[in-house]
Design a protein around this ligand. Structure first.
Ligand code: CP
Ligand code: NVA
Length: 299
């Protein structure tokens, strides 16, 4: 049966942990100059409805380092943008390539692609989830602070696709997730209601208390550009500041999936400070996705 990666819940806890360990192993192999080309003669295709720097770059480099090829497409330069059905696109793409990465607005587009694809489909971000980012995030936390199980993680800002993926992670890996959002920006109720370790509040200082990890994301995600001003107003008390970081544990770390807007969702002193892991986190996209590709192609 073809395995897809549409959300973290497509993996068992054990598979997720194995994948993260493997990511760190692949990182070390790369550093040591070990040649490893499990994708020889294989092709990864990306179809992106939205902009990307890290996701596109990391998948293309992953395919190159694995001895394979990567092809980038967008609806604007393919027939998908002219209304060719997703199901038809999926059948054609998967008859030629070995793995597909999709970045879309509606999560149902990715589900439909997976339903009709003969090869693994990876969610490279939808309005609902961003699971590839979570692989890198967990890997980064494990490298810096050890196992995330039993720890306290704080999300401050929008209850968005990243926040949703952190809710999934908290269920799989069993840590406490405190989420502080302004009223009206809470994460999807169906995800929260099915979660035991998730605590919602409207108070960032309270949510950050004793945190091992504090995170945020842009206040206006892709597709919400016309809400930028109203969101800047609604989120003004939800900036991650040094004062908030000080509420965490003494070895509390800061993460942000990037792109970041300094002095909007996060103070410069925090994101460019000693507690920040953002560059390691961004680099780990490459290693974590190599582990994911290997898992989906070879397992
Ligand atoms: N974090 C992330 O997915 O970045 P890009 O939008 O640049 O791919
Ligand atoms: N929440 C952001 C994440 C970008 C990587 C967005 O969807 O635009």
């Amino acid at each position: 049966m073809t395995r897809h990666f549409l959300s973290l819940r497509d993996l068992s806890r054990q598979e997720l942990l194995q994948l993260i360990n493997r990511a760190t192993e692949l990182k070390s192999m790369l550093r040591r100059g070990v040649d490893y080309e499990p994708m020889r003669n294989q092709t990864l295709a990306m179809m992106f409805e939205k902009s990307s720097t890290r996701t596109r770059l990391s998948f293309e480099v992953a395919a190159t380092q694995f001895g394979g090829n990567a092809i980038f497409m967008s609806p604007g330069d393919s027939q998908m943008g002219r209304g060719e059905p997703i199901a038809d696109t999926a059948r054609v793409m998967s008859s030629m390539v070995d793995i597909i990465v999709l970045r879309t607005f509606s999560h149902s587009t990715i589900e439909e692609m997976a339903n009709f694809s003969a090869v693994p489909v990876i969610n490279g971000l939808s309005d609902r989830f961003h699971p590839c980012q979570l692989l890198a995030d967990i890997q980064t936390f494990h490298e810096a602070r050890g196992s995330i199980q039993g720890k306290t993680v704080t999300w401050i800002g929008d209850g968005n696709n990243m926040c949703h993926s952190w809710i999934n992670a908290s269920q799989l890996l069993d840590f406490t997730l405190n989420i502080a959002t302004p009223a009206g920006y809470t994460p999807a109720a169906d995800l929260v209601n099915n979660s035991q370790n998730v605590y919602l509040s409207n108070d960032p200082l309270e949510a950050a208390t004793n945190a091992d990890l504090i995170m945020t994301d842009t206040w206006a995600s892709m597709g919400q550009e016309n809400e930028k001003n109203s969101r800047a107003h609604d989120f003004k008390d939800f900036k991650v500041t040094m004062k908030i970081m000080e509420r965490g544990q003494s070895d509390c770390v800061f993460m942000h999936c990037l792109p970041a807007y300094r002095e909007m969702e996060v103070e410069t002193q925090v994101i460019d400070g000693q507690q920040s892991l953002i560059w390691q986190q961004a680099e780990n996209r490459l290693h974590a996705q190599k582990a994911l590709i290997e898992f989906l192609l070879l397992n």
